[in-house]
Design a protein around this ligand. Structure first.
Ligand SMILES: Nc1ncnc2c1ncn2[C@@H]1O[C@H](COP(=O)(O)OP(=O)(O)OP(=O)(O)O)[C@@H](O)[C@H]1O
Length: 165
């Protein structure tokens, strides 16, 4: 296969896309992408999501959960499912609680993005590699939302999605 994009390559790619890193250059790069209906952009391992204010079916086809599964960040085009997969895999591999923080002004899409993350995490956790026992535990531990924090449980590790504006 294809050589995965490492952090260095990603950085080089960013440098190519943004020869001068100023606020104007960043906004302009995001604007150019937005007009091509590309609402997701990586800044290193952070995902910047722009609110398209309309449903973009091309992004959320369920097959993309599978496509982004277990892929190094940056190999495929930026996507919220890639972030879900990254955190999910870190939880499974390192057996350490994971926390995803979503920050943005009111109306920027935090709640909407949370539901895409929940959708993807739920799908990932129902994959066939889950043992029957894990599935039983998952089934008994539905996602819990307390205020702006959503919790998932998988074995002894917790998942939380935090939102703030
Ligand atoms: N990825 C997206 N695709 C389609 N529509 C979106 C997306 N993100 C946001 N929206 C639209 O923008 C609206 C506002 O988004 P959302 O409610 O998620 O904002 P928020 O950041 O949670 O706001 P608040 O902080 O006020 O709760 C949504 O109701 C939805 O119509």
């Amino acid at each position: 296969g294809q050589k995965p994009l490492g952090v260095l390559t990603l950085y080089t790619k960013l440098r190519q896309d943004l020869p001068t890193v100023t606020e104007d250059a960043i906004v302009e790069a995001l604007r150019r992408r937005f007009f091509k209906h590309k609402i997701y952009t990586y800044a290193s391992n952070i995902l910047v999501a722009l609110n398209p204010n309309k449903f973009l079916p091309a992004y959320y086809n369920p097959k993309y959960v599978k496509l982004y599964e277990n892929q190094p960040l940056g190999k495929l085009s930026p996507h919220i499912f890639a972030m879900a997969d990254l955190a999910y895999r870190a939880m499974l591999n390192c057996k350490v609680d994971q926390c995803m923080v979503m920050s943005g002004e009111s109306g920027s899409g935090k709640t909407e993005s949370s539901s895409y993350l929940v959708h993807c995490l739920t799908a990932l956790s129902q994959q066939t590699y889950c043992s029957g026992m894990e599935r039983a535990i998952l089934g008994a531990s539905p996602v819990l939302q307390v205020g702006n924090v959503m919790f998932f449980k998988k074995k002894k590790t917790f998942f939380s999605l935090l939102q703030f504006c």
